[in-house]
Design a protein around this ligand. Structure first.
Ligand code: GCB
Length: 656
């Protein structure tokens, strides 16, 4: 582990002004390992979640803790600590203004490592995500630095731990966003009543929650272990035979011994635990499994058994058949294809009916919360959605697994939002965010598309080559999924669409333009979608539309912010979508947003962004009932699903 990484902490946040328009396609670091921590007969997993100790640095002195080596002993020896839950955003936990803290904060906790772990094993420390930048020490020794929220990172800690004894982990987290972070922000120093203060600003509207957002795990592997598994799948034309291609990489000394021929034994089990295919491969550490007959992975409401998953068991064997390591993962067998008109799954055209979302909730902020996740999936299924976009950053690995299980299609978005001031450094980070995302999510059948940005300033000259490089890089990592970006500039100005496979556009008719004018929605949406299709000859998605709606505010005739208005806005869009669907190339509608969410303070937001179909407490607004009828009607029309019994409320004998 390089120790110099820690010298990168500087006392100042440097404002970056981009003038570089000539962009070079440089290599980005390659992620290794990072398999989701799972127990098996060769692996143990231990959670470090719980209540940690927490200290906020002085805003004017963000690097003091590094200089004074707060990590060398318990944090409480340097500063008074407060309790802080992990995982959670730290912002909304206290009653003071920790919410708006800019810069570094510190966490630590103690934990035991059992004596038994000292024997012939390797120990790894893995974070599901820390936003935005993390520096980690174990027992005062530097372990790892990671930049980029919402993505996992890990490091080996075998030689840093005390076995059969107590250990200490210390994390410094920095939430500062500048012009070369993904996403971008600005740090400025401005006068306040007490002198000068540091202010963080950003152009996107969701609140910049920070902290240890997802679980922290310690896990063991054997000395020589399965480091990576990559899976792709295929189906025969008639969808009766499935193929699973797997490729494995191994880490450890046994992999390097010339006389030791490692083998992979791959077993595929169906949902009932019955072995349906197996293979043993050597040398290449990869191969193919054939499943006949196969149950393909289908999206929710597109099939009577959606989200069908097999279990792939990967066994690493030494020459003498000694079992070195076992790792299991779920696999969905499906194909994706696309052309200038359609997007198909298992050969069948898909019409997306979904949402833009946020990982956001009261108190927890962006912290992983299983109760919230399960509630959200129940609501998605209740409303008949078959997809969502992980706007505007990668969501938890647990939610990706859940989407696989429930057949919810994911447009998987990297953390690039409102990108402007394109620069060489930003390009490197942007590509790295996609590399990390694809590495993490490539095996999920639910991931059907990569979104390389939300509302970048694609009208600018440098956006042209910038997005060409980002899109080509993404394609070089995964050719099996199409690439999109949610674009907000007008189709005449846009310079990114030519590099995409599918065009997504965000537009707020009757809200940000022509506020209140319900009569100025339908034709505008139709005209704009046609214009995008004419310009690029690619499938088109409306990736955002909606209206802020205060739950309980009723006004007839409809008036902005009322429940009636949101319902009418949706209905006028539905009309446009149905016209567009007839054209063949319009492939999806995504409401903004699934639920109300917290934003930075501004006079355009009353307690946050209220464009949710559900409140922040996950209860339906009036428009949810309308949307539910539409999504199920589309499901019945396009995919022959049946209606839930309570979809229509009984009114009279003649009307149903
Ligand atoms: C957008 C952004 C989204 C915002 C939304 C709004 O275009 O993509 O992040 O939350 O508008 O409500 O302003």
């Amino acid at each position: 582990m390089s120790l110099s990484i820690f010298s990168l902490v500087t006392g100042l946040y440097v404002l970056h002004f981009s003038i570089a328009l000539i962009l070079v396609n440089k290599e980005v670091p390659q992620t290794r390992g990072m398999l989701y921590p799972r127990e098996s007969e060769t692996r143990e997993v231990r959670s470090l979640d719980g209540i940690w100790n927490f200290v906020r640095s002085d805003q004017a002195n963000p690097t003091q803790g590094v200089r004074d080596e707060w990590y060398a002993k318990e944090l409480s020896k340097s500063r008074p600590t407060i309790p802080m839950p992990v995982p959670a955003s730290y912002n909304d936990i206290t009653t003071d203004n920790l919410r708006d803290h800019v810069g570094t904060v510190w966490y630590d906790r103690k934990f035991f490592v059992p004596r038994s772990w000292s024997k012939d094993q390797r120990i790894w420390l893995r974070f599901g995500s820390v936003h935005y930048e993390a520096y980690v020490w174990i027992n005062g020794q530097k372990v790892v630095k990671h930049e980029m929220g919402h993505l996992p990172f890990e490091a080996e800690v075998t030689d840093l731990l005390s076995y059969g004894a107590e250990n200490r982990i210390t994390v410094m987290c920095d939430n500062a966003l500048i012009q070369t972070t993904v996403p971008q922000g600005r740090i400025t120093e401005v006068p306040n009543d007490g002198g000068m203060t540091i202010v963080q600003s950003y152009t996107f509207d969701f609140f910049n929650y920070a902290g240890i957002h997802r679980s922290v795990h310690l896990y063991t592997t054997p000395r020589t272990f399965i480091e990576e598994v990559e899976v792709t799948t295929n189906l025969s034309k008639d969808a009766t035979v499935g193929e699973v291609f797997y490729s494995v990489s191994v880490n450890g000394s046994a992999a390097n011994e010339a006389d030791n021929v490692l083998q992979i034994q791959a077993n595929l089990y169906d949902k009932d635990g019955i072995l349906v295919a197996n293979a043993t491969s050597d040398q290449k550490l990869g191969g193919k499994l054939q499943v006949n007959p196969v149950k393909p992975w289908w999206p929710y409401l597109m099939h009577s058994e959606p989200g069908y998953l097999y279990q792939l068991e990967i066994k690493l064997l030494a020459t003498n058949d000694e079992l070195l390591d076992v790792y299991r993962l779920k696999v969905g067998i499906r194909t994706l294809s696309w052309n200038s008109q359609q997007f198909l799954i298992n050969g069948k055209p898909v019409y997306f009916r979904g949402f833009g979302r946020h990982e956001d909730s009261d108190i927890r902020g962006k912290g992983l919360d299983n109760a919230l996740m399960v509630r959200d999936f129940n609501l998605l299924k209740w409303i008949g959605a078959n997809a969502y976009r992980t706007s505007h950053y990668p969501y938890s690995e647990e939610s990706m697994q859940f989407a696989d299980e429930h057949g919810i299609m994911i447009i998987d978005e990297c953390p690039s939002v409102d990108t402007e001031n394109f620069s060489q450094e930003l390009l490197g980070k942007h590509k790295s965010s996609l590399e990390q995302l694809i590495h993490r999510d490539r095996n999920h059948p639910s991931v059907v598309m990569w979104s390389i940005a939300n509302e970048p300033r694609t009208g600018s000259v440098s956006a042209d080559s910038y997005f060409e490089l980002v899109a080509n890089f993404t394609r070089s990592l995964d050719k099996t999924r199409p690439i999109t970006a949610a674009i907000a500039v007008s189709n005449t100005q846009d310079k990114a669409g030519r590099s995409l496979d599918i065009i997504s556009f965000n537009r707020y008719n009757a809200w940000y333009s022509n506020a209140g004018r319900l009569d100025m929605i339908t034709q505008n949406v139709i005209d704009e979608a046609i214009a995008w299709n004419k310009r690029y000859n690619k499938p088109i998605i409306m990736s955002e539309y909606g209206a802020d709606t205060l739950e309980g505010l009723h006004m007839q005739p409809a008036y902005v912010w009322s429940e009636e208005f949101q319902t009418e806005v949706f209905s006028r869009h539905f009309k446009a979508f149905d016209e567009l669907r007839k054209k063949g190339w319009f492939i999806g509608e995504f409401v903004w947003n699934f639920a109300d969410f917290k934003t930075a303070q501004s006079y355009t937001r009353v307690g946050g962004n209220k464009k949710g179909v559900f409140t922040r407490a996950r209860q339906p607004k009036a428009a949810a009932h309308l949307l539910r009828k539409r999504y199920f009607a589309l499901g019945r029309d396009l995919d022959q699903c049946s209606f839930p019994e309570d979809l229509f409320t009984y009114i009279a004998d003649l009307i149903s």
